[in-house]
Design a protein around this ligand. Structure first.
Ligand code: HEM
Length: 529
């Protein structure tokens, strides 16, 4: 690994570069401000001092409102040219996938969600898994997590779920009582909670975890035909998790163990790899399924929708500056290339607004001019001008530099031709409304997930749930137990036991006003335990 000691012998005094300020003026004295006499007062025209201290005053930019702690690395993606055994162009015309062995540069940012920028990387928290592909057609970001699903299915609830998970506005402490107050009224969160409070909720580090796109996207082929897809990254290093006790021992000594692990692995040439698998469905509502394919609280059963390999990511280079390449990096779900598209997933559309909105605020309106964010393998010519920190207007050959508008016949930029079709996907007819999706089915997959766990994982999950829900008020505890009975009898029984709540205590609870139960769920609610 690189550290100060391994950088080689220091150059002689004569060989060292001279310190300057940002105007290129040599700095003759970096120890003493300019003052009137040795004991002051200081003078206001002291440019060198003011530049140094006022730059320092602005060293921090606002941290991300979520996913503040993270770590960035670089690498490449190598395509198989196929989706499983089939030629991939049958399904997508995205160029990065189309040729076997084709390589695309990428950057990745792993993160935790709730803590601030210096918080523990051993927290029980989803992990962010954001990949930026620098393709020849511009950038493509997959902004995912390690748990495959999410707490909510409509973006309008995102500020609420995050407020419940963030520190209390008065005590500034993460309070399980607040978290479960919200979650007890949010039945769609059960699947995520069963994952998050299991050992999977604390990945051992960033190299040993999966990544999932979570939301449903589309692929578009040259004929304009669309399919629904989900992305899965599987680590060749294997998946490892921590129990709460393991995590406590790690964070007693080190808040940044996962960044350290990744950085050191890359420095020693032990390059981590993930295979990218894609699940696919025809692009329609799939009434035959008991869930909605656009619902990000659900996974698609792998026996029906087999994930198929499309390529491999290798991380082989570390960043050279945390601020430039991590703090100022900007990923977003709106960043897609030709051949890849959005679905109508109600989370995805909300996310797509939110990312670039926050980045214009957090990094500035010209955040896409920074090297980490720019589409470095594509050509970029826009008519955007100005804004804070703007530089480097890229003029095309033959472009009239006076023309920063379109259309023009005097040498401005022109519109691109559509690759093939400008219309794609199913035709949609509907009225403007505010409605839950019909197939909410909030409990089945959560129960299945519990049943798939090994015994020690079940035990760990129950213990973590009891410990945390135990801090909430009795009504919240009872509602959570009711939800867990709805997921799986054994889970309801065990969490209830830990909290001193029986099926009889919760049998008479009515379903929440904000939920619609299907017939199976109604029968279950009537027959708890
Ligand atoms: C970061 C919003 C759901 C994964 C962020 C940020 C915002 C945000 C504002 C900070 C971005 C920045 O400052 O650069 C939302 C909204 C959501 C949502 C409004 C729901 C409507 C999700 C979901 C996932 C996810 C479902 C996982 C699949 C991430 C990741 C980052 C992030 C990985 C960190 C990106 C990075 O490393 O810079 N999100 N998010 N988010 N979000 Fe979300």
């Amino acid at each position: 690994m690189t550290d100060v000691a391994s950088q080689g012998p220091a150059p002689s005094e004569a060989d060292r570069a001279v310190l300057t300020n940002r105007q290129g003026h040599p700095v003759y004295d970096n120890q003493n401000q300019r003052t009137v006499g040795a004991r002051g007062p200081a003078t206001l025209e002291n440019y060198q001092f003011l530049e140094k201290i006022s730059h320092f005053d602005r060293e921090r930019i606002p941290e991300r409102v979520v996913h503040a702690r993270g770590f960035v690395a670089y690498g490449e993606f190598e395509a198989t040219g196929k989706w499983g055994d089939e030629p991939i162009e049958r399904y997508t015309r995205a160029k990065l996938f189309n040729t076997p062995g084709k390589k695309t540069d990428l950057a990745i940012r792993f993160s935790t969600v709730i803590g601030g920028r210096d918080s523990s990387e051993a927290a029980r928290d989803p992990r962010g898994f954001a990949v930026k592909f620098y393709t020849e057609d511009g950038n493509w970001d997959i902004v995912g997590n390690n748990l495959a699903v999410f707490f909510i299915r409509d973006a309008i609830k995102f500020p609420d779920v995050i407020h419940s998970l963030k520190p209390d506005p008065i005590t500034f402490r993460q309070e399980p009582a607040r978290i479960f107050d919200f979650m007890s009224q949010t039945p769609e969160a059960m699947h995520m909670l069963v994952n998050l409070f299991s050992p999977r909720g604390i990945p051992a580090d960033y190299r040993h975890m999966q990544g999932f796109g979570v939301n449903t996207y589309k692929w578009v082929n040259a004929q304009g035909e669309t399919k629904l897809v989900k992305y899965h990254w599987l680590p060749r290093q294997g998946v490892k998790s921590l129990t709460a006790a393991d995590a406590a021992a790690i964070q007693a000594n080190d808040l940044g163990h996962a960044s350290k692990d990744l950085y050191e692995a890359i420095e020693r040439g032990d390059y981590p790899q993930w295979d990218l698998y894609v699940q696919m469905m025809d692009d329609h509502e799939h009434p035959e399924l008991d869930f909605d394919p656009l619902d990000d609280t659900k996974v698609w059963p792998e026996n029906e929708f087999e994930p198929k390999l499309v390529g491999t990511m290798t991380l082989n280079r570390n960043i050279s500056d945390h601020h430039n390449e991590n703090e100022q990096s900007a990923f977003g779900t709106g960043v897609l290339v030709d051949g890849l598209d959005f679905s109508d997933d109600k989370m995805l559309v909300g996310r797509t607004f939110s990312y670039s909105d926050t980045q214009r605020y957090r990094v500035g309106p010209n955040y896409l001019q920074l090297p980490i964010n720019s589409a470095k393998n594509a050509t970029v010519y826009t008519n955007q001008r100005g804004g804070q920190m703007s530089y480097g207007v890229d003029l095309a050959r033959n472009q009239n530099p006076h023309v920063n508008y379109e259309p023009s016949i005097t040498g401005g930029l022109r519109e691109a031709q559509y690759p093939t079709h400008d219309e794609q996907g199913p035709e949609i007819v509907g009225r403007l409304t505010r409605k839950r999706i019909p197939r909410t089915n909030d409990y089945t997959q959560a129960g299945q997930r519990y049943q798939l766990m090994e015994q020690w994982e079940k035990d760990d999950l129950v213990k973590n749930l009891v410990d945390n829900i135990g801090e909430a008020v009795r009504e919240v505890q009872e509602r959570m137990v009711w939800h867990f009975f709805m997921c799986d009898d054994e889970l309801g029984q065990r969490v209830g036991e830990g909290l001193g709540i029986t099926a009889d205590d919760v049998r008479d609870l009515e379903p929440l006003q904000t939920q619609t139960l299907n017939d199976e769920e109604l029968a279950r609610a009537a027959d708890l335990g």
